[in-house]
Structure formats: C-alpha cells, structure tokens
Design a binder for this molecule. Structure first.
Ligand SMILES: C[S@@+](CC[C@H](N)C(=O)[O-])C[C@H]1O[C@@H](n2cnc3c(N)ncnc32)[C@H](O)[C@@H]1O
Length: 300
C-alpha cells in the first residue's frame, strides 16, 4: 500500500450515514473510537483514522455498535459507510478543527494549544498540540489514565510530592500523561517513545506547559532505563502490555503503582494474569464503555 502522508502514515476518512435519531450517539461513539473530532454534514458523519489496523478496528466496533442501536431502533436501515483514502495535504490540518477543550477528572482541562479557554482558579489547564501523535485526552484510554493520575497524585502527601515523587510514562505520545503528572506535583517525569515524530511533539508540549524542569522525554528503550519510579503508566495495547510486562513491572519502585490502559473489557483477565506472574495484583480498575484501566501494586 502506498504511504504518501507527510509523516509516513496514511489516513482514511470514514463517512457514516446516520439517521437523525441516532446521530448524536454515533458522533460521540466515533469521537471516542478515534480520539479525534468528527465532521457533521446533513446525515453524514465523517471520522478520521489511520489506515490499516486502526481503521479496521474502528469499523468493526462501529458495526457492533450499530447493531446495538438497531435493537433499540428497529427502523434503522442497514449501516452505510464510505471509506476514502486521504491525500497527504489534508489530514494534519483537517482534524484540528474538531479537537475541543475537554474536562477530565475533577480538576483537569485538556485544550488544543491553538484555542483559548476561560479557566477558573481550581482547574489545571493542559495545552496540547498532538501534531501527529496520539494523546488529546478524547480517547477513553487516555482519559482514564488522567483520572487515575489525578487521584493518585491527589492522595500523595504534599511532603512526598515535594520531595521526589517520580512517574514513568511509557509510550508518551503527545506527552499528555507525563504533563498531567508534572502539573499535578510529580517531581520527576520521564516520557518514553519509540516514534521520533511523536517524541518531538511531546517535547514541544512539555515546553508549552512549562514542565521542562520536571519532565524529559526520550527514545531510550525501556530496558535501558535504570531507575525505578513511584508510578509507571503505560497506555498501550493489551498485547504490548503483556509483551513488555517484565520490563514494566521491573521499573516500579517497591511501594509504587503500575497503571495500565488501552485494555478492552475482554482482555482484563489475560493482562491481570500476566502481571500476577510478575508479582503484581490489581488494586483498582476503572471503565469507560469497553475500555479498562488497571492499577496494580506489588503483591508481597
Ligand atoms: C496509545 S498511544 C498513548 C499516548 C499517550 N500516552 C496517551 O495516553 O494518550 C501509545 C504510544 O506508545 C508508543 N509506543 C508503542 N510501543 C512503545 C514502546 N515499546 N516503547 C515506547 N513507546 C511505545 C506509540 O508510538 C504511541 O505513541
């Protein structure tokens, strides 16, 4: 398949014909699935995905969701989806129109760097330009991590937070989770990435959020990082998490926590079992729709 997008990735748009009665539900569903905004034109909803696995997964989920909607609204016609490969010029600018400020947890707002936001004193506003990286906060797997990080860092005593509370963000993407941790009081944050383009976006986001003294980002492979951390967060996929279980577990300090996300409901057992073999047990979990995030602690 020809790959002609500026960042070396190809994108597709999915135009979904949606009767009025389910339009809002379907638009929300597509925003959650793709972690990007959607365009509404009459009865058509247009969503954007990376070609390949991401688009296939999104379509599969869409068919499943539409079937559920048909149970509720038997009059719905057959699902109609038009798929179009995008030319390289469009993507980088098109999706920006649809990324809007989003409130997560009790005190965090993630907003696009190019938009202003009227903040109140009790909110932490995080500015993100993901460029071509994952991580706007719109995807449930990211939002669940943000909620949990807020909770963990909120329950760390001021003394601990001000001494040396450390967070490792494996697969930092836009840098969003590390930046949240830094803004919530972590004193040392390391974001790891394998995609150089994402890493550059993450560095720019670190700078624009003024957390450069606390957070650094690197392409260093996890197995070459020597220190351990109070929290290791990884929003990846179930198969990557289990594949990297040894390394992820090995970077959590004795009393530390492991926060795993990007897991679907039916994959929870497999992931929990795998980490059990590394002496970690699940102490908390959160769910949004079919997405799950797990908090694990060393099981001594
Ligand atoms: C689902 S995104 C998560 C981005 C962000 N942390 C968030 O929660 O929105 C996963 C990221 O992990 C990166 N990644 C995948 N495998 C990795 C690995 N072995 N080491 C570091 N990063 C990895 C991908 O390039 C991608 O940017």
């Amino acid at each position: 398949m020809q790959d002609d997008s500026p960042g070396g990735e190809s994108w597709v748009s999915l135009s979904v014909w949606s009767p009025q009665v389910v339009q809002e539900a379907m638009a929300n569903f597509l925003v959650e699935q793709t972690s990007r905004g959607v365009e509404l034109k009459g009865n058509w909803i247009k969503a954007y995905c990376r070609q390949g696995e991401e688009a296939r997964y999104c379509l599969k989920q869409l068919h499943r969701y539409y079937k559920d909607l048909q149970q509720l609204y038997p009059e719905l016609p057959t699902l109609k989806v038009l798929q179009e490969n995008l030319q390289n010029e469009d993507w980088a600018e098109t999706w920006k129109t649809f990324f809007r400020p989003i409130r997560i947890g009790s005190s965090i707002v993630v907003k696009p760097s190019w938009e202003s936001y009227e903040s109140s004193y009790n909110l932490f506003v995080i500015e993100i330009d993901p460029e071509r990286a994952f991580g706007t906060g719109n995807h449930p797997s990211t939002a669940l991590c943000i909620e949990i990080l807020e909770h963990i860092l909120g329950s760390v005593s001021a003394e601990e937070a001000h001494s040396s509370f450390s967070v490792l963000d494996v697969g930092t993407g836009s840098g969003i989770l590390g930046i949240v941790a830094a803004r919530q009081g972590a004193q040392l944050v390391l974001g790891l990435e394998i995609d150089p383009e994402a890493l550059e976006a993450a560095q720019r986001n670190v700078d624009r959020n003024g957390v450069g003294e606390v957070m650094s980002v690197a392409l260093t492979p996890l197995d070459q990082v020597e220190q351990t951390f109070d929290v290791v967060v990884a929003n990846l996929t179930a198969s990557l998490l289990t594949h990297m279980a040894d390394d992820l577990a090995g970077h959590v300090s004795d009393k530390g926590l492991l926060l795993l996300s990007g897991i679907l409901a039916e994959q929870v057992e497999e992931v929990a079992k795998c980490f059990q073999a590394h002496y970690f047990k699940v102490v908390d979990s959160r769910a949004t729709e079919e997405w799950r995030a797990l908090v694990l602690r060393k099981d001594k």
